[in-house]
Design a protein around this ligand. Structure first.
Ligand code: IMP
Length: 173
């Protein structure tokens, strides 16, 4: 198993996080921002992002995992849902990576049923060419090609999440 060279370095990640936080801070001025991190992968991105956002906010989490049966069908299991009442909140879902879109779409629809005041999505990485379900992304860190990546919260078999950069992962050389 091989972790390649960084495709996004610590500096590139931090720069992009600052840019996203600036956009979000502008858009959410005077609003009631609730940042909802989708765990486990988004923990690192969420913690960097909220520290760089300059408007008041609250934080909550959703813990979810998807299980692929076939390439186009996935079952999403939610292990923990937000505790905050979202009716008066401008919810921003924060995701590490969007691949088929199945996980995020499921969480988005579930959140919409709770009738938040508004709902937007911020995803750090977007593997656009893999998309099966169309899910609207309001803020995106980087688009990446169809490669499996690890680091900055992203895992292979729950490992490599602690790498401070993002690298391509291959099972064999
Ligand atoms: P989706 O439901 O197919 O969009 O998958 C989203 C989830 O799959 C992400 O939240 C990740 O947990 C995982 N995932 C997809 N691609 C990668 C990758 O390249 N590296 C690590 N995890 C990934």
């Amino acid at each position: 198993m091989v972790v390649g060279k960084p495709i996004f370095t610590v500096e590139q990640i931090q720069q992009r996080v600052r840019e996203l936080a600036e956009m979000i801070s502008k858009d959410y001025e005077g609003k009631n921002l609730l940042a909802v991190g989708i765990l486990r992968g988004a923990f690192m991105f969420l913690s960097d992002l909220v520290r760089a956002i300059k408007v008041p906010l609250t934080v909550d989490f959703v813990i979810a995992a998807s299980y692929m049966k076939e390439a186009t069908t996935g079952e999403v299991k939610v292990y923990y849902d937000v505790r905050e009442d979202v009716n008066d909140k401008d919810v921003l879902l924060i995701e590490d990576i969007v691949d088929t879109g199945i996980t995020l779409n499921h969480i988005r629809e579930r959140m919409l049923q709770k009738r938040p005041r508004s709902l937007k999505i911020c995803a750090f990485l977007d593997k656009k060419e893999r998309r099966v379900v169309d899910v609207p992304l309001d803020y995106t860190g980087f688009e990446i090609p169809n490669e499996f990546v690890v680091g900055y919260g992203l895992d292979y078999d729950n490992r490599y999440r602690n790498l401070p950069y993002i690298a391509v992962f291959r099972k064999s050389v």
